[in-house]
Design a protein around this ligand. Structure first.
Ligand SMILES: Cc1cc2nc3c(=O)[nH]c(=O)nc-3n(C[C@H](O)[C@H](O)[C@H](O)COP(=O)(O)OP(=O)(O)OC[C@H]3O[C@@H](n4cnc5c(N)ncnc54)[C@H](O)[C@@H]3O)c2cc1C
Length: 397
């Protein structure tokens, strides 16, 4: 009997799962289905080299087209999976088209959140969003970016590099609020200012509307900013609809949203797994659950769940790690830094050459670094082992 694994989502989690299935010796059929018409690509360069025009789509492919053929993976791009029948173990692609599965992986990621619909509002999630926005980011053009998280900050930095006049608005009191503790967030206030980005924090946007050919952003305190184009980068919405309609357990927004999975990536339906940005997974280090939206997390999770679908039983326990490139500096963040943590800095914040360790009662819970890749790798291992900073530094000396 031929086994068949269907993977929904051609992002890094889906592709990594397909690769892991084959590496683990799985010989059944693999259908990798995604509604993005592009050959799978790496998303992180989209807000960096791609939006600036420094790289082409073909330079950011996850795998070459020939790889999918060589691995005997049926890649179906530009196809939207309409529904899942978990009792019949089938996915539906159209009125008369369905595929039966033994195992199904939902690697459906997320979409850019956009609460405002004015004609000048843009979002950036994938290659399809690039041509129009890139065309609009000409030197000298005014642009407003709403949201100074990872993607909004990178778009602002890329737009400055292209010579745009950039206004960046953030609800929190500093940029990268979900990633950085306040002292380090302040460093990014300076970085934006030095680069000429007009950053305003503690701004609660109430509306974005079209007025006389301009797009006007209004804050609840009455202040307004306007530009021909406003990029909204206020987070992503996990694509849980397929799973929810099939009756799978979904985490509440307070729990981080997403499809609930166990440490092996199994959802509440037999034979159905989820991985990557869409999966709400157990936190194997701190306990509880979390949903991670980082490239390497999605890659490793897809790989781990692919191995499980091939018959493995290793739980997925990984300390999150991500990076962000802004104005020529690469920031790396690992673990779970919190504003309440004590911070111990090695190196110099002023020179942007440092590693900051974030401690909870002496135990390392997070680390943030610029220019020190080896230290952040080590810090990540310490966080996983729940080490005390004083102990590991003593061992080092
Ligand atoms: C612009 C940008 C820059 C980023 N930069 C960084 C960075 O610098 N560092 C970092 O660590 N992370 C970064 N990230 C985050 C990182 O890219 C994501 O965490 C990662 O790509 C998630 O991969 P995924 O496979 O889980 O989901 P996705 O990449 O979202 O892929 C899911 C795919 O499934 C498709 N899909 C959904 N529903 C269906 C359906 N019903 N039928 C068919 N297909 C469906 C979606 O359209 C999508 O193509 C960035 C993200 C963006 C958007």
């Amino acid at each position: 009997m031929t086994h068949r694994t269907v993977i929904v989502g051609t992002g890094i989690a889906g592709v990594s799962a397909a690769a892991a299935l084959r590496s683990a010796g799985y010989e059944g059929a693999i259908d990798l289905i995604g509604d993005d018409p592009e050959l799978p690509y790496r998303r992180p360069p989209v807000s960096k080299e791609i939006i600036r025009g420094d790289k082409t789509a073909d330079e950011i492919r996850i795998k070459k087209a020939e790889w999918f053929d060589a691995q005997d993976i049926t890649l179906r791009t530009g196809q939207h999976v309409l529904s899942i029948d978990t009792a019949a173990r089938a996915v539906r692609l159209g009125p008369d088209e369905g595929i039966l599965y033994d195992h199904l992986l939902l690697a459906t990621g997320g979409r850019a959140r956009s609460p405002w619909g004015a004609s000048g509002v843009r979002t950036l999630r994938g290659l399809a969003d690039v041509p129009r926005l890139h065309g609009e980011l000409a030197a000298g053009t005014r642009i407003v970016v709403v949201g100074a998280g990872l993607i909004g900050s990178e778009i602002a930095a890329s737009a400055r590099e292209l010579g745009c006049e950039v206004t960046l608005l953030e609800t929190a009191s500093q940029p990268l609020p979900r990633l950085l503790p306040p002292r380090l967030g302040d460093m990014y206030v300076d970085l934006h200012k030095q680069a000429g980005t007009d950053l305003h924090t503690s701004i609660m946007v109430s509306s974005i509307t079209d007025v006389d050919g301009e797009t006007v952003v209004r804050a609840i305190d009455g202040r307004t900013w306007s530009a021909p184009v406003v990029v909204v980068a206020v987070g992503m919405e996990p694509n849980v609809e397929l799973a929810a309609e099939a009756g799978l357990e979904i985490a509440s927004p307070a729990e981080g949203g997403g499809i609930v999975v166990d440490a092996l990536g199994r959802t509440s339906a037999p034979g159905v797994f989820a991985a990557g940005d869409v999966a709400n997974q157990p936190n194997g280090v701190l306990g509880g659950r979390h949903r991670v939206e980082h490239w390497q997390g999605a890659q490793n999770h897809g790989t781990a769940v692919g191995k499980v679908m091939a018959g493995g039983d290793d739980p997925f326990v990984v300390v999150p790690w991500c990076w962000s490139d802004q104005y020529g500096s690469t920031l790396q963040v690992t673990g779970w830094p919190q504003a309440s943590h004590e911070m111990v800095v090695r190196g110099s914040l002023d020179d942007r050459d440092f590693t900051a360790y974030l401690l909870d009662d002496g135990v390392i819970r997070g680390a943030v670094s610029i220019g020190r890749p080896r230290e952040i790798r080590t810090a990540r291992a310490w966080i996983g082992a729940q080490e005390r900073l004083a102990d590991v530094l003593e061992d080092e000396s």
